[in-house]
Ligand binder design. Sequence first.
Ligand SMILES: Nc1ncnc2c1ncn2[C@@H]1O[C@H](COP(=O)(O)OP(=O)(O)OP(=O)(O)O)[C@@H](O)[C@H]1O
Ligand SMILES: [Mg+2]
Ligand SMILES: [Zn+2]
Length: 164
Amino acid sequence: MKGTAREDRKREKDARQGLLISPIENGTVIDHITAGEALNVLRIIGITGTTQESISVATNVESGKIGYKDIVKIKNRELRKDEVDKIALIAPKASINIIRDYKVWEKKGVEIPSEVLGIVRCPNPGCISNTNEPIQSCFLVQAKGMRCVYCDWLISKDITNNII
Ligand SMILES: Nc1ncnc2c1ncn2[C@@H]1O[C@H](COP(=O)(O)OP(=O)(O)OP(=O)(O)O)[C@@H](O)[C@H]1O
Ligand SMILES: [Mg+2]
Ligand SMILES: [Zn+2]
């Protein structure tokens, strides 16, 4: 079957990007990561460089959809929901592609939950969620940022630095 010109261009582009990142048989591709956030994505899913996973990272790759993007490919690993929720906070346009047998088996977007439980530290040192009380942090996602339900603190930037 003859592909359209657009499909041809995409194949050509994929082939060139393939030189940058080799295909994986099984694992996860986190695509459309906000440019510059790939290393933060790795950090929040616990990949430090001393772990055993086989990872490829591409940063500031040209993307038709969002200008520039980062991509992370992880061999033989799928992500838990709490990990995907953390990624949503720093890369709201990310897509999670599960690769099986070299093909995209499943593709899903990420979604910022309306209530963020236990994954962001409240910057207020006096907040009850920062004491020895057995209380998980809890933020409500609002237009202006994320608000702590315990002390009303609003985080409007640098969410990455507060992710646990
Ligand atoms: N076997 C594989 N190994 C590594 N990366 C892969 C593999 N298969 C697909 N990918 C990557 O996963 C992502 C999604 O692949 P897909 O073929 O769905 O691309 P797409 O059509 O551009 O998707 P989208 O519309 O989400 O941009 C791309 O970044 C692609 O390079
Ligand atoms: Mg694409
Ligand atoms: Zn608080």
